[in-house]
Design a protein around this ligand. Structure first.
Ligand code: TXA
Ligand code: MG
Length: 305
């Protein structure tokens, strides 16, 4: 049964966890200022404590309390918030997002989600909510209420049903530190959209500064094979584009990257339930949203780094 945003905020105040719908994926939420609650997020996910969490806030104004915004950060926030962009910034007030949530770093990840139910939970709580994707560590993120409940539902005091997530891929993570803007995780906001606001991104293997990028990720139980042209015996084949594979198992029968993003994790999870010998995925062009789709697929297939 779905909790109301007010009930969810009450549960957060008691130091318990919630399932939180966002426009990207479902999150496992806790009061960002409560170290005990935050510790139970790491425990429920089986997440290493060196991997920091994203603080979700209701507005740019609320984000300014937590992180330090320079001109580039302001411009990105104004262009993409509320929405699927996370900014990694020098930390401002340390008390609002506890040390454990930041993994002890001097930076903090912050985002303003667009989903109305997430907004209502944040308004009802009146403070930041840390919310990693609601999967157990290493597995594909949940993009439906049922998938979220299956992953970490047992650990929460309230679960808010927001239906299927619109975007289906996690937010783009961009760091704005030392006057350098770098892409740490490709996501729903594309590289080109970011560069249209702040100019060329800083390239220097900066992705390795995002601790969450160092481990195997997004992986179903079945082995994943990318850039596949057809299924081998016992494999489920996820196609992309007209006439490629069974339409029921297609990321997008019309070849639309946005549709493929929205279907990616749901289909990986559904394919895994068939207990196949493997999951083969046809090539997806890497322009635009395709960069994030291919990033998740490569990681699901075990290519890390
Ligand atoms: O769309 C999303 O971002 C979802 C929804 C629920 O908002 N959340 C999400 O959180 O994907 P999570 O914890 O699964 O991914 C957060 C990523 C990790 O790769 C983490 O390492 C990185 O953000 N991160 C967080 N704080 C950081 C920091 N201070 N410096 C560098 N990377 C950071
Ligand atoms: Mg995650």
């Amino acid at each position: 049964m779905s909790a109301t945003p007010e009930q969810a905020a009450e549960v957060l105040r008691r130091g318990e966890l919630i399932l939180l719908p966002t426009e990207t994926v479902y999150g496992l939420g806790a009061d960002a200022g409560d170290p005990k609650a935050v510790a139970s997020v790491f425990a429920a996910k089986g997440r290493p404590q060196f991997n920091p969490l994203i603080a979700h806030v209701a507005s740019l104004e609320a984000a300014r309390v937590i992180g330090q915004f320079n001109e580039a950060a302001e411009a990105l926030a104004k262009a993409f918030w509320p929405g699927p962009l996370t900014l990694v910034l020098p930390v401002a007030d340390r008390s609002h997002v506890c040390d454990l949530a930041r993994a002890g770093l001097d930076s903090v990840a912050v985002r303003v989600p667009a989903h109305p139910l997430a907004q209502q939970v944040l308004a009802a709580l009146g403070g930041p909510v840390v919310a990693p994707s609601a999967n157990r560590s290493g597995r594909p993120s949940p993009t439906t209420f049922a998938d979220a409940a299956e992953e970490t539902g047992a650990a929460v005091g309230a679960a808010v049903d927001g239906g299927p997530c619109d975007v289906g891929l996690e937010s783009t993570v961009v760091s704005v530190l030392d006057d350098r803007v770098a892409l740490l995780r490709p996501g729903a906001v594309t590289r080109r959209q970011i560069e249209a606001v702040v100019g060329p991104l800083h390239e220097s293997g900066e992705g390795h500064r995002s601790p969450g990028r160092l481990t195997l990720h997004y992986a179903p139980d079945a082995p994943v094979r990318v850039e596949a042209t057809e299924a081998r015996p016992g494999e489920v084949f996820l196609g992309f584009g007209p006439g490629v594979g069974d339409p029921r198992w297609s990321l997008s029968p019309s070849g639309d990257p946005q549709e493929a993003a929205a279907n990616l994790f749901r289909l990986l999870r559904a394919a895994d339930r068939e207990k196949p010998a493997g999951i083969a995925v046809s090539p997806v062009p890497s322009e635009g949203l395709g960069e994030a789709i291919n990033d998740r697929l490569r990681r699901a297939a075990g290519y890390v780094g």
